[in-house]
Design a protein around this ligand. Structure first.
Ligand SMILES: NC(=O)c1ccc[n+]([C@@H]2O[C@H](COP(=O)([O-])OP(=O)(O)OC[C@H]3O[C@@H](n4cnc5c(N)ncnc54)[C@H](OP(=O)(O)O)[C@@H]3O)[C@@H](O)[C@H]2O)c1
Length: 265
């Protein structure tokens, strides 16, 4: 058996037009899988589809759906089956982070974060889980964060940290319930990662700090044991492992491609 080969596998990447989702979708396609990317905006999906084709020559399918809406997730699953046949891998890479001081947190924003960052993971895991159970095999990969385990110094992350802590426990509970059906459920906990979509954010933060982007990125990475910031390939390799037969006996784990931050956090 080729442990890391995804030839003949099919994967749906929710949030697949985002920085990490697109990188993971490309990595899974390069490892041999048929891939469908999904997010809410059709135009972002088309852009990601074209960029993946240009980067590695692989065609991926796309389907627009809001993962917080159960009916749309059912439609997504049906569309994925129609385009690719039985699905074996689900990646949840959707969500957002809005930083606000806890003392002034807008509770409607907090609720939106719970919906996008947690409830949508449950909805997809419920419906893809049913499909995986029918087939006796499946792999669910949830994008958590180091912020599910370690709080940030200072204010702003009450919403994000709570949702990522919830993703970690959802991952463990689903692993406990789904293991009997041959389904593994694991999470990836990245540190801040230099995806193409993060570059404008870095440029803004670097300008605010009065340094150039290279200096800013070096400063950001300096606190990690590995002394550098995470790159998409650091996360992609972990996703390929969790999608592949190499991880068939691993479930309920949160893997940290984080340069060692959680070791010292
Ligand atoms: N980048 C990092 O440094 C980092 C570090 C640790 C963890 N993470 C986690 O990794 C995941 C991906 O992060 P990212 O940096 O790639 O974020 P991103 O670039 O903002 O991408 C997020 C994606 O999720 C989609 N999305 C948002 N809400 C959705 C919904 N309700 N239904 C379907 N799709 C939805 C967005 O597209 P639409 O708006 O078109 O729907 C977008 O494609 C997130 O869970 C994030 O918390 C990221």
């Amino acid at each position: 058996m080729k442990l890391f080969d995804l030839t003949g596998k099919t994967a749906v990447v929710v949030g697949g037009a985002g920085g990490l989702g697109q990188s993971i979708a490309q990595g899974l396609a390069e490892a041999g899988a048929k891939v469908l990317i999904s997010s809410r905006k059709e135009e972002s999906l088309k852009r990601a589809q074209e960029e993946i084709k240009a980067a590695c020559g692989k065609d991926v399918f796309c389907y627009a759906a809001d993962a917080t809406d159960e009916d749309q997730v059912i439609s997504l699953l049906n569309a994925a089956i129609e385009k690719m046949g039985k699905i074996q891998v689900l990646v949840n890479a959707q969500g957002f982070n809005k930083k606000q001081d806890a003392l002034d947190f807008d509770i409607s924003v907090f609720r939106q974060m719970l919906d996008a960052n947690v409830t949508s993971f449950m909805i997809t895991a419920k419906h893809f889980g049913r499909h995986f159970k029918e087939n006796g095999y499946g792999k669910i990969i949830n994008l958590s964060s180091v912020r599910g385990k370690i709080a940030t110094k200072g204010t702003g992350n009450a919403g994000y940290c709570s949702t990522k802590g919830a993703v970690d426990m959802l991952t463990k509970q689903l692993a406990s319930e789904y293991g009997q059906y041959g389904i593994t459920v694991n999470a990836i906990g990245p540190n801040i990662t230099a995806t193409p979509m993060m570059i404008p954010v870095f440029e803004k933060r670097a300008a605010e700090a009065g340094v150039d982007v290279d200096t800013y990125l070096k400063q950001q990475g300096a606190g990690n044991p590995m002394r550098r910031m995470g790159m998409p390939e650091d996360i992609v390799g972990t996703a390929i492992f969790l999608a592949s037969p190499a991880s068939d006996f691993m479930t309920g784990n949160i893997l940290y491609p984080d340069g060692g931050l959680t070791a010292i956090g």
